[in-house]
Design a binder for this molecule. Structure first.
Ligand code: ADP
Length: 489
């Protein structure tokens, strides 16, 4: 099999680092082999990015010219949704229906930030002094290090590349070890769309080697990271030493809450989708469920019925709900958590096993699993499992509910199910979470900011926050009176 080329400083060539491969999680078959980037490749990409963003040909482009490139990329993505979705599914094993949606969302992200850079405005602060005019402007930061995980690469990569370029920066992207394919494809599309050389490099490689060298490079002026909380904390230390900004989109242990007046059918469907889509491999997965005791039995009955009806299988088979987990090592972590839950006194209501179907034997599949009988203090309620595992707990009163829902180091998202919006809003207001959904879950809009409270992250992506995150503000004072300043004679 031919070695895949990586994209360094505008050139397609083999990396100078170790050999890596991408495999299909459903059966372990090889998708691609490549040589990863080396530290020299990192240096070359960052230096080229520095030159490219400073070049007059990029700095002096009008916003609509930068927007044109993003529009072309969006167009190119829209023309090949199926191919891109297949590529993404081969890389990370998500069902095609999910990867199609991710591809379309990436196209929408490119379009949104094309529009955002055209309407982005500076400010004319209230004038305090008639002798001076003050202006507030936004300028690019320079070279951005973007580091992404394997669970939704095309979406998370576009959420960093599009606003960073729209704001006039250059980007060096290091995709996750397991999923290099989509990032390289995106580089191809940006090149095809006319992005000048050097403004985007894609460097597959190990986080601890290539990612680390990238973020430590003195010319890198911002770290934009999506991934685990421990890695995020480590990167924040590096950023603190360098005194550069970070955007960190980290882990979660999101509560979903069913109030006593909820529509059971609506709630059960939303909860099922919220935890089991992507086989639970989502930072926003609704992994802790709190149900008012009066609805506990009927809600659980319906939830278990729906879960029993979920189809596990090859991501390319139409109608499949859960594909495999990313690899066998990760599945073992999920199994270990399920065993821990049993040791801690949890009762498995459904799932908890590797599927028996011999056709699935080669893949890293795991059954959607619901556990009850634990308190929120259990480790499976406190630690992110990143798999199809839901823990269910009854509650009696609202104050106790809020306390438990917030009893987590994480604060990424939450879901509330209630027919009474006033009550739902009162609960939403008290939840420590960056996103709260009411009577829906995992619904997104590119125009709405996204990010975490507490250890779920710092900063926001998407929306106009998403582009400001890649700019630095500058204040200008213009004298209007031609008087020398300083001491009077
Ligand atoms: P996950 O558990 O989702 O894989 P990680 O935080 O381990 O989360 O990985 C997310 C991304 O961070 C990946 O691209 C990975 O290679 C990268 N990464 C991991 N460690 C480091 C590091 N020390 N420096 C920079 N990037 C890293």
């Amino acid at each position: 099999m031919e070695m895949l080329k990586i994209f360094v400083a505008g050139c397609w060539r083999e990396g100078r680092g170790e050999e890596m491969s991408s495999t299909f999680p459903a059966d372990g078959s090889l998708n691609a082999r490549l040589r990863a980037a080396s530290v020299e490749d990192v240096n070359e990409a960052v230096e080229a990015a520095e030159q490219a963003w400073r070049a007059a040909s990029w700095r002096h482009q009008l916003p609509h010219q930068r927007a044109t490139i993003l529009h072309r990329v969006s167009e190119l993505i829209t023309q090949q949704v199926e191919e891109l979705a297949q590529l993404q599914s081969r890389d990370n094993g998500k069902p095609l229906a999910e990867t199609r949606a991710l591809v379309l969302s990436a196209a929408g992200t490119a379009r949104y930030f094309a529009a955002a850079c055209e309407v982005l405005e500076g400010e004319l602060p209230t004038q305090r002094n008639r002798d001076v005019l003050t202006l507030s402007q936004y300028q690019p930061l320079g070279v951005i290090a973007a580091i992404t995980p394997w669970n939704s690469p095309i979406a998370s990569e576009m959420q960093k590349i599009a606003p960073a370029l729209a704001a006039g920066n250059a980007v060096v992207l290091k995709p996750a070890e397991a999923t290099p394919l989509i990032a390289l494809k995106l580089a191809e599309l940006f090149e095809q769309a006319g992005l000048p050389a050097g403004l985007l490099s894609v460097l597959p490689g190990r986080g601890s080697v290539i990612g680390e060298a990238l973020v430590r490079h003195p010319l890198v002026k911002k770290i934009s990271f999506t991934g685990g909380t421990n890695t995020g904390r480590h990167l924040a230390h590096i950023a603190a030493e360098k005194l550069i900004p970070t955007s960190l989109e980290l882990g979660g242990k999101s509560p979903t809450i069913v109030l006593e007046d909820a529509d059971i059918e609506l709630a059960a469907r939303g909860i099922c989708y919220g935890i089991f889509s992507s086989a639970g491999q989502a930072c926003i997965a609704g992994s802790r469920l709190f149900v008012h005791r009066s609805l506990y039995q009927p809600l659980l009955e319906r939830l278990c019925q729906l879960t029993a009806g979920l189809r596990i299988g090859d991501p390319f088979t139409p109608g499949v709900h859960l594909g495999p987990l990313i690899n066998h090592k990760h599945r073992q972590t999920v199994i270990d958590y399920v065993n821990l839950a049993k040791q801690e006194g949890g009762k498995i209501l459904i799932g908890g096993e590797i599927p028996a179907d011999p056709q699935l034997a080669q893949g890293s599949y795991f059954q959607p699993t619901i556990i009850e009988g634990l308190s929120n203090q259990a480790r499976v309620c406190q630690e992110e499992i990143f798999g199809p595992v839901l823990v269910v707990m009854p509650f009696d009163d609202q104050a106790q509910l809020i306390e438990q829902a917030n009893d987590s180091v994480y604060g990424l998202a939450a879901g509330i199910w209630s027919r009474d919006f006033t009550r739902a809003m009162a609960v939403a207001e008290q939840l420590e979470a960056g996103t709260v959904w009411v009577n829906t879950y995992k619904t997104f809009s590119i125009a709405t900011p996204f990010g975490g409270f507490k250890q779920s992250g710092l900063g926001r992506e998407k929306g106009l926050h998403g582009i400001h995150a890649y700019m630095q503000q500058k204040s200008l004072y213009l004298s209007l009176n031609h008087q020398p300043n300083g001491w009077s004679d």
